[in-house]
Design a binder for this molecule. Structure first.
Ligand SMILES: C[S@@+](CC[C@H](N)C(=O)[O-])C[C@H]1O[C@@H](n2cnc3c(N)ncnc32)[C@H](O)[C@@H]1O
Length: 186
């Protein structure tokens, strides 16, 4: 699979611009899947463009586990969460290069949101192995990859890697400027 560089931390702030909502509206993208009380895993949140909306949707009884490999992204996310009054619902973690640090979450996750992250990870196979292990049976994973960086062939390779870890395509969904699919944990 093609390797892609990790997005520089300062681009995280550009990705969190409110203008992006006109292209990729977090409410529109997330509200079909995220319910109050859920535990949601978000690998590669950056500074939290989607995370804050996930935290609103899970409500005070829910939790978002946001895991990023760059400490600067996690610090930016925490700052923005505090300002929005959502800090208590967000478990923000720094991942290692080779592991997302999810050992305490076996079969705990109701929904995983992986937006524009899988192509940056060093091993697609490890990524889906870890995500799958953390997810409950029947839980969904929304996979979206930017079509400007990731070709159809690479996206299909990602789907094959996911399937090898019991994450099967339930639906191909349509999101602007993305290849995207909803996967379900068998
Ligand atoms: C292109 S940004 C997307 C950020 C966010 N998902 C969004 O759409 O606004 C990719 C993010 O994934 C993170 N990332 C890259 N490799 C990772 C890994 N192995 N584990 C966790 N996060 C990773 C990067 O640090 C960056 O914050």
């Amino acid at each position: 699979m093609a390797k892609h560089p990790v997005c520089p931390w300062w681009i995280g702030y550009l990705l969190a611009s409110p203008v992006r909502k006109f292209l990729q509206d977090p409410v529109h993208i997330l509200s079909p899947y995220v319910r109050a009380g859920m535990t949601v895993l978000e690998p590669g949140p950056g500074v939290g463009f989607f995370t804050l909306e996930i935290a609103r949707l899970v409500g005070p009884s829910g939790r978002v586990v946001a895991v990023d490999v760059q400490p600067q992204m996690i610090e930016g996310l925490k700052r923005r969460a505090r300002k929005a009054g959502l800090f208590d619902r967000i478990d923000a973690r720094v991942a290692h290069d080779e592991s997302m640090n999810l050992d305490d979450l076996d079969r705990a996750i109701d929904f995983t949101f992986a937006f524009a992250v899988v192509h940056e990870t060093p091993s697609t196979d490890n990524f889906f192995a870890e995500a799958s292990r953390a997810m409950k049976r029947g839980a969904a994973l929304l996979l979206a990859e930017p079509s400007g960086h990731v070709g159809e062939t690479e996206f299909n390779e990602q789907l094959a890697a996911a399937a090898a870890h019991d994450l099967k395509v339930a639906n191909r969904i349509s999101l602007k400027r993305c290849h995207s699919a909803l996967l379900q944990k068998l």
